[in-house]
Ligand binder design. Structure first.
Ligand SMILES: [Zn+2]
Length: 292
């Protein structure tokens, strides 16, 4: 089916108390593994291209893959832009057919972030697609931006409320103690802050830095209103390790398609585990009734 708007997908997930898995594709086969994993579980899924990936392949290539993969799939697939910081790149995603974009103005002063996000919300609503926005600074490395522990700023619930009241957002990303990359030590997730922001904004929350969180933390975050969970670092590791492991175990096999097949299977397994863990299994029919 055609790519679907993120807004009803996340609204439905939040209403039913589960989260939709959002994965960052590295190439065509990893994107396909994401959608096949969703199909095997009859689940919705979000494919989110990073700005870095778009710069590497170009908008046309990524949109082409996703149009074909989603078009041949019976489950709802969202094509989302993760951490968009460049308005030209965001506009091009909207014009080309992405069904969701994130504008990350979290490094900007509040009023400027609000103004830039408003611009993107206007473009997106004209195209009938959704927007994710962020205030506060999420720890860790995203593309080439590094936010260290000293620079990290938890999201202020007053600012979050004001921001979300002014804008029609499909997802809201907040700095609540999770981090991009692997955690050193125990993550300090601020559950009371998630609860307060969710109560005051009512917007489905996007949980960034999903790799390495315990199942207990994940389930608590979902209960408190996180309806989108991003998994990127985990995927990067499986992508590279599965390739390397195959070669270690089969040092004489120089047939690239067999190596790629091993990698594809390992990735699909990871995606299925995450989709199931977040509660997405068998949710596709309910979601489809909302996006139709
Ligand atoms: Zn992120």
């Amino acid at each position: 089916m055609p790519l679907v708007n993120i807004k009803p997908v996340l609204a439905e997930a939040k209403a039913k108390g589960y989260a939709v898995a959002a994965f960052n594709p590295v190439d065509y086969a990893s994107a396909k593994a994401m959608v096949k994993a969703a199909e095997e579980l009859n689940a919705p899924v979000i494919i989110q291209s990073s700005a870095k990936t778009i710069k590497y392949y170009g908008h046309e290539a990524i949109y082409g893959w996703m149009k074909e993969i989603a078009g041949n799939s019976p489950v709802p697939v969202v094509l989302h832009l993760d951490h968009g910081k460049d308005l030209d790149m965001i506009k091009k995603c909207i014009d080309m057919g992405w069904t969701s974009v994130m504008i990350d103005g979290s490094h900007l002063p509040f009023e400027q972030n609000l103004a830039e996000t408003r611009k993107v919300v206007n473009w997106a609503s004209a195209a009938k697609i959704g927007v994710e926005a962020e205030i506060g600074q999420i720890l860790g490395v995203e593309d080439d931006m590094v936010v260290s522990e000293d620079e990290s700023i938890y999201t202020d619930p007053n600012e979050a409320e004001k921001f979300c009241r002014e804008l029609d957002l499909s997802a809201f990303a907040a700095a609540i103690g999770t981090a991009h990359g692997y955690y050193k030590g125990e993550p300090k997730v601020q559950f009371s802050l998630i609860e307060e922001i969710n109560k005051r904004t009512k917007v489905p929350m996007a949980l960034h830095g999903g790799t390495g969180l315990s199942d207990e933390i994940i389930q608590r975050c979902i209960k408190l209103g996180c309806a989108k969970i991003n998994i990127s670092t985990n995927l990067k590791h499986v992508f590279i390790d599965s390739f390397a492991d195959y070669h270690t175990q089969n040092p004489k096999d120089y047939e690239p398609l067999r190596v790629l097949e091993a990698q594809y299977k390992a990735l699909k397994q990871l995606f299925k585990e995450k989709i199931a863990q977040f509660g997405g299994s068998n949710r596709a029919p309910e979601v489809l009734s909302k996006v139709a």
